[in-house]
Write a protein that binds this ligand. Structure first.
Ligand code: TGC
Ligand code: FAD
Length: 387
C-alpha cells in the first residue's frame, strides 16, 4: 500500500476519532473558504475579516477552554491540528486564532476573576469581541523584562502610559491584553477600545503576514478601572505563561505551511518537462523532495508527543522552545526550496510557496526568535544562562 506523501509515518493513526474529525473539519474550511481568496488577500494586504464569524461558528476560538465560557473543551492535540490546518491556508489566519485563543482568552481564563471570564470569554468565542496582546515594545521584544510601559494606581483606577509595537490584531481589536510595569511588578490589564488616550496605528509596508493586521498601540494617561486588571498573576511569568500556550500552537502551524508547499512543488515538478523528462525525475529534485518529507515527518512526530505531554500536564516550556525552533526552521527552509523548484512561477502569489516563505519570516521571529529558543534549549542543557 502506498504511503501518504505528507504523512509518511501515518501520524494520523496516532489521533483519536474526535481529533481526526477536528482536523477534517478545519481542513475543509481551509480548502473551501481560505484557499480561494488568500492569494488576493495577501496581495491586497487585507485580513479577510469576513471569515471571522465562520471561524467562530466552527468553534475555533478558545477551542480548549471549558464550554461554560463558550469554549469547545477540546484537548491540546486538537488545538494543534486546528493551527496546522489553518496555517496550511495562511499563517495570518492561524495568527488570528492563536492571538484570540492563546494570548487573549487564555490570560482572562487563567488570571482573571469569574466576573471577567463571564464578561469577555463567551463573546470572544463567538468572535464578537476581538482581542490583541501587547507585550513587545520598540526597544527590544526579546527582552520583555525591560518594558517601559507602566501603570500607576490612582484611586480605584490605574493610569497607563507607554506604547507597544508589532501587535497582531491591534486595529481590529475591541480589547487589548496589555502588560505593564507597576510598583508591584509586571501586571496584565484589559484595555478597551474607546478608552480615552488609547490609540492603535496599523503598521504598513509589511512583506510578510500581509493577510494579517499588525499595529502599534499607544497609551497616554489611559484610565483603566481596577475591574480590568487581571488579579491572579504578577511578574513576567504572566505573559510568558501565555506565550507557552501560543508557541505550542505555533509548533503545529508551520507543518501545515510546509505541507502546502510540498504538495505544490511535488505536483509542479511532476508536470514540468525540462530536458525531455519531468523535473521530478531528476535526482536533485528527488533529493530535495525526499528531504522535505523527512523533515515534515520528524516535525509531525514531535508535535503529537508534545501535545500528549501537554494534555498530561507534564509539558515543559523548553520542550515547546525546541519544537518551535525546529518546526519554524523546517517550514521556512521547505518553503524557500519549493519556491526554487517552481522557478520563475514561484515568485508570484498565484502559487503558495513565496507567500508561505514570506509569512514564515514573521513566524520564525515572533513568539520568541529562533535564537531565543536555541538559547532556552542551551540553558536547559548547560545550566548556564547565555542571554
Ligand atoms: P525569567 O526571568 O527566568 O523567568 C521569569 C518567570 O517566568 C517563568 N517562565 C515561564 N513561564 C511560563 N512559560 C515560559 N515559557 C516561561 N519562561 C519563564 C519563570 O519560571 C519565572 O517564574 P518565577 O515564578 O520564577 O518568577 O525569564 P527567562 O530568563 O526564562 O526569560 C528570558 C526569555 C528571553 C526566554 C524571555 O524573556 C522570552 O521568552 N523572550 C521572548 C519574548 C517573546 O517571545 N515575545 C513574544 C511576544 S508575543 C508575540 O510575538 C505574538 S505573535 C502571535 C501571532 O501573531 O501569532
Ligand atoms: P529583537 O529582540 O531586537 O531581536 C533582534 C535580533 O537579536 C534577533 O535576531 C534576535 O534573535 C537577536 N537576539 C535577541 N537576544 C539575543 C541574545 N541574547 N543573543 C544573541 N542574539 C539575540 N508581539 C506582541 O507582543 N504581540 C503580538 O501580537 C505580536 N505580533 C507580531 C506580529 C508580527 C508580524 C511580528 C513580526 C512580530 C510580532 N510581535 C508581537 C513581536 C515579536 O514577538 C518580536 O518581534 C520578537 O519577540 C522579537 O523582538 P524584536 O522584533 O524587538 O527583535
Amino acid at each position: 500500500m502506498a504511503l501518504h506523501p505528507y504523512d509518511l509515518y501515518d501520524t494520523r493513526s496516532l489521533l483519536s476519532e474526535e481529533e481526526r474529525a477536528v482536523q477534517d473539519t478545519v481542513a475543509r474550511f481551509t480548502d473551501e473558504r481560505v484557499l480561494p481568496i488568500i492569494g488576493n488577500a495577501f496581495d491586497e494586504a487585507r485580513f479577510p475579516k469576513e471569515l471571522v464569524p465562520e471561524i467562530a461558528a466552527l468553534g475555533l476560538l478558545g477551542a480548549t477552554l471549558p464550554e461554560q465560557y463558550g469554549g469547545g473543551g477540546l484537548n491540546s492535540v486538537s488545538y494543534g491540528l486546528i493551527c496546522q490546518e489553518l496555517e496550511r491556508g495562511d499563517s495570518g489566519i492561524r495568527s488570528f486564532v492563536s492571538v484570540q485563543s492563546s494570548l487573549c482568552m487564555y490570560p482572562i481564563f487563567a488570571y482573571g476573576t469569574e466576573e471577567q471570564k463571564q464578561r469577555w470569554l463567551p463573546s470572544m468565542a463567538r468572535g464578537e469581541t476581538i482581542g490583541c496582546f501587547g507585550l513587545t515594545e520598540a526597544h527590544g521584544g526579546s527582552d520583555p523584562a525591560t518594558m517601559k510601559t507602566h501603570a500607576k494606581k490612582d484611586g480605584s483606577d490605574w493610569v497607563l502610559n507607554g506604547s507597544k509595537m508589532w501587535i497582531t490584531n491591534g486595529n481590529l481589536a475591541d480589547i487589548a491584553i496589555v502588560w505593564a510595569q507597576t510598583d508591584d511588578g509586571i501586571q496584565g490589564f484589559v484595555v478597551e477600545k474607546g478608552m480615552a488616550g488609547f490609540a492603535a496605528q496599523e503598521i504598513k509596508h509589511k512583506m510578510s503576514l500581509r493577510a494579517s493586521v499588525t499595529s502599534s498601540l499607544f497609551f497616554d494617561n489611559v484610565r483603566v478601572p481596577e475591574a480590568n486588571r487581571l488579579p491572579n498573576v504578577k511578574g513576567l511569568k504572566g505573559p510568558l505563561g501565555c506565550l507557552t500556550q501560543a508557541r505550542y500552537g505555533i509548533t503545529w502551524g508551520p507543518i501545515g505551511a510546509a505541507i502546502a508547499c510540498l504538495d505544490e512543488a511535488l505536483n509542479y515538478s511532476k508536470e514540468r518537462i525540462l530536458f525531455g523528462r519531468p523535473v521530478a525525475a531528476t535526482q536533485s529534485a528527488q533529493l530535495k523532495l525526499a528531504d522535505m518529507a523527512r523533515r515534515i515527518t520528524m516535525a509531525q512526530l514531535m508535535v503529537v508527543q508534545l501535545g500528549r505531554l501537554k494534555d498530561a500536564g507534564t509539558m515543559a516550556p523548553t520542550q515547546v522552545s525546541l519544537a518551535k525552533w525546529n518546526n519554524c526552521r523546517m517550514a521556512i527552509d521547505i518553503a524557500r526550496q519549493c519556491r526554487d523548484l517552481l522557478g520563475g512561477a514561484g515568485i508570484t502569489t498565484e502559487h503558495c510557496a513565496i507567500r508561505h516563505a514570506l509569512n514564515l519570516e514573521s513566524v520564525i521571529t515572533y513568539e520568541g526568535t529562533e535564537t531565543v529558543h536555541q538559547l532556552v534549549v542551551g540553558r536547559e542543557l548547560t545550566g548556564i544562562n547565555a542571554f
